[in-house]
Design a protein around this ligand. Sequence first.
Ligand code: ABN
Length: 173
Amino acid sequence: MHVLDDVCEKSARRLAQRTSRRSLLASLGRLLTGAALLPLLPIDRTARAQSPTAPVANPTADEQNCQYWKYCAIDGFLCACCGGTSTSCPPGTQSSPITWIGTCHNPADGRDYIVSYNDCCGKVSCGDCFCNRNEGEKPMYRLSRNNDVNWCMANTESNYHCSVSVILGVAEK
Ligand code: ABN
């Protein structure tokens, strides 16, 4: 009987030891320490590194980007984003015969160009790639020095759709 008492007592003590509040807290502590140290382990992170050969986008050479060099004095939706190009109106629209003229510097060859900003007319506003640079613009009290004008006003269809930029020539110094 003495032996049975001994065995029961020992196993009860072991069970109590294993399930005590202190041992539970100890296991929890070990778990949290392990989780905190996990990010410090050496892990291969090369996939996140940027490739040194990746091409660097040049916004001044992208006709769908407002920073394209020819758009220095534009005010409107870029036809290059509306089914046309930077120089041609989208199908179903007509170019305005009257325009806004600007002078833009081309960083590729270091020269200044005279650029005509024609509006494309006959469809509702394109709504894509709005671009308003206005370099050299003066307040509206002088209409001829401002580009915030619907140049479709002289067209039979006066709905404004988008704007193109056409090089007229090299600006002389
Ligand atoms: N020249 C583009 C434009 C059209 C309508 C109104 C303002 C500007």
